[in-house]
Design a binder for this molecule. Structure first.
Ligand code: F6R
Length: 616
């Protein structure tokens, strides 16, 4: 996720540099590891860019200082996906002639092939990004004699992946060309005067409330105060509806949601679709290293540790080896003196900046020759420096302190590695592999369907439980991870006391707390643990427990025993069951979110917590 902003105007009385800087700053929540601006004046492109947060860059190079007569500019704030967060990887990116500039949000999946083809044709690249292929492809098309618009259209046809792009050309000072496929793009307009493009509405909301929302496979030509839309596939002109935005800037930044936490829960399907784009080659690198390792550890903190618990379960199923989970704060204490050579540590950290995990893997690297395989959401974060191989989850920045979409994408990444292992080992048939992939690619739809239909039910449950201070979240097998994570969410944002526990172990102590009406949330996908879980539900029900269960749509047995069920719209089969830590989680995240609201708490700023824990 990155932010793009552009303006083309015929107004003399505005400070273009200031407008662009303010516009891109309102998109900084979409990414903040580098920023850049390109302005066009006297048939030349003027580029300013650097790594860091916008305010830091501003102090160094005054991004707003662009030529006075400029009437067209593009800007970008980056959340790195390909290439470290450095100046050279910052957008905009230019072609060889320095005439074409592109800012891009998305992921170009076939950029390596395109880059190879372009390099063979003599094009020179300055960055490690996927984006840089785009201006070079447009350059080729223009050299072939196509006009600016058709060159962009033909270049985009060569891309696979997701993009929202804005392009300008030094010889076309009256146009910005933009296009969208699977990444957001909106156009703001003051008719006859100025036109804006942006990844999100807040970027131009103080300037205009009139806007067009672009859909996939659409292209637009922006001129000062005018815009024309085209279907990217047929290249035919299309009409689009001009809308008036009623939101405040604050609401717009959150996409109309009241809080970032809610927005990020609703972003899970798109985040998951992006994670599904992780290259098979990289997954195979992880899979092969795990296959040849003698000892495997998986380590993380908090929510990432719960992702590790779910992921180790999924990977072990296909790996044929035990994986030991250790909280990162305990790694050195537990492994000191017993860390063998040919060990592998899978380190998981959303931020890549949690001090405990950074120190743990630094210690492990120094202690013995072990391999560190890292899964993080932040390219170039500190953890990546001590890692042998890194997978980036592609969830986009998470602003809410409680981890939501990053949890799903961490589990999904581990699940993708697991299926890659199954493929290499050939321990299941090709048909079964396909079924696992179908289940994985089906996850976003299941979550979308759930979120569409179940918010009222979750609010009803919250109202029903409002006065309770203590809860159990119980499960067996892989769902213990789900119970722990669902419990952690409710604990941190709604300030309730939760025990997220194994349903079997809960009878060895915790059950003594159960009285009439004590709420117990059972996580109950129909997997191999289901029948035993039925027994556990009965034990707690017979002691007066109030049973809320999370089950699949076709569930019967546990439904009959429950006071309320939350039904996840997914098939009752082993392929989907294995990924239930992902599909069941939005229900529990929503439960935590609405519980926080019911207790007048701000779910984006849980008490005593910060997004990144950089102290021991
Ligand atoms: C809870 C939460 C924390 C983090 C933990 C590790 O919602 O976000 O428990 O999961 O602080 O952070 P990362 O994954 O950044 O290392």
């Amino acid at each position: 996720m990155c932010g793009i902003f552009g303006i083309i105007t015929n107004q003399d009385n505005i400070s273009l540099g200031k407008v662009v800087l303010e516009g891109i700053k309102r998109l900084e929540y979409r990414g903040y590891d580098s920023c850049g601006i390109v302005a066009l004046s006297n048939s030349e492109l003027h580029v300013k860019k650097d790594s860091g947060k916008i305010d830091e860059i501003q102090k160094k190079i005054n991004l707003a200082d662009i030529p006075n007569n400029s009437k067209l500019a593009l800007a970008h704030t980056r959340w790195a996906t390909h290439g470290a967060p450095t100046r050279k990887n910052s957008h905009p990116h230019l072609d060889c002639s320095n005439k074409i500039a592109v800012v891009h949000n998305g992921i170009i999946e076939n950029f390596l092939e395109l880059r190879k083809m372009l390099t063979e044709k003599g094009h020179l690249f300055e960055s490690d990004t996927d984006t840089e292929v785009i201006p070079h492809l447009i350059e080729i098309k223009m050299k072939e004699g196509l006009n600016f618009k058709d060159s962009v259209v033909e270049a985009l046809k060569l891309l696979t992946g997701a993009y929202a792009v804005a392009v300008c050309h030094a010889d076309y000072p009256d146009s910005i060309i933009v296009a969208r496929k699977e990444s957001p793009l909106v156009i703001g307009i003051i008719e006859g005067k100025s036109t804006y493009c942006a990844s999100d509405i807040p970027a131009f909301l103080p300037l205009t409330r009139k806007c067009y929302i672009m859909d996939d496979d659409e292209l637009a030509i922006l001129k000062a105060g005018e815009v024309e839309f085209f279907d990217l596939i047929s290249n035919e002109r299309i009409e689009k509806e001009l809308r008036t935005i009623e939101w405040s800037i604050d609401a717009a930044e959150k996409g109309g949601y009241e809080h970032f936490m809610l927005k990020e829960i609703y972003e899970e399907p798109i985040a998951i679709r992006n994670t599904l784009k992780i290259s098979e080659e990289l997954l195979r690198v992880f899979a092969n290293i795990l296959l040849s390792a003698e000892n495997i550890y998986i380590t993380a903190a908090g929510t990432s540790y719960h992702a590790a618990l779910a992921g180790k379960f999924i990977i072990s199923k296909f790996l044929g080896k035990h994986i030991q989970d250790i909280e990162c704060s305990e790694l050195e204490t537990q492994l000191k003196g017993n860390l063998q050579k040919n060990s592998v540590i899978i380190a998981i950290s959303q931020s890549g900046e949690t001090i405990d995990i950074i120190e743990a893997i630094k210690w492990a690297k120094k202690a013995k020759s072990v391999k560190i395989l890292t899964i993080t959401n932040v390219v170039g974060s500190s953890i990546t420096r001590s890692s042998d191989h890194v997978i980036v989850t592609n969830a986009g920045p998470e602003i809410g302190v409680a981890a939501t979409k990053t949890y799903s994408t961490q589990v999904l990444t581990l699940a993708l590695i697991a299926v890659s292992i199954a493929k290499i080992r050939k321990i299941i048939s090709d048909e079964e592999i396909i079924k696992y992939y179908e289940a994985l690619t089906g996850i976003p739809n299941i979550i979308e369907k759930f979120l569409e239909k179940n918010v009222d039910l979750i609010k009803y449950i919250v109202n029903n439980l409002e006065k309770n201070m203590n809860y159990f979240f119980l499960a067996r097998g892989i769902s213990i991870a789900t119970a722990k994570e669902g419990g952690l969410k409710l604990k941190e944002v709604a300030c309730r006391f939760i025990e997220g526990y194994s349903a079997a172990s809960a009878k060895h102590g915790p059950i003594s707390l159960v009285r009439e009406g004590f709420p117990i949330i059972f996580i109950a996908p129909p997997d191999e643990t289901y029948n035993r879980l039925v027994g556990n539900v009965m034990e707690f029900k017979s002691r007066g427990g109030r049973i809320i269960s999370v089950v699949v749509e076709s569930d019967e047995k546990i439904t009959k025993l429950s006071d309320i069920t939350i039904r996840i719209p997914q098939p009752a089969d082993k392929y989907y069951n294995l990924f239930s830590p992902i599909t069941f989680m939005p229900a529990l995240q929503l439960l935590a979110y609405y519980s926080a609201l019911a207790h007048d708490l701000d779910p984006d700023k849980p008490l005593n917590l910060s997004k990144t824990v950089t102290v021991h």
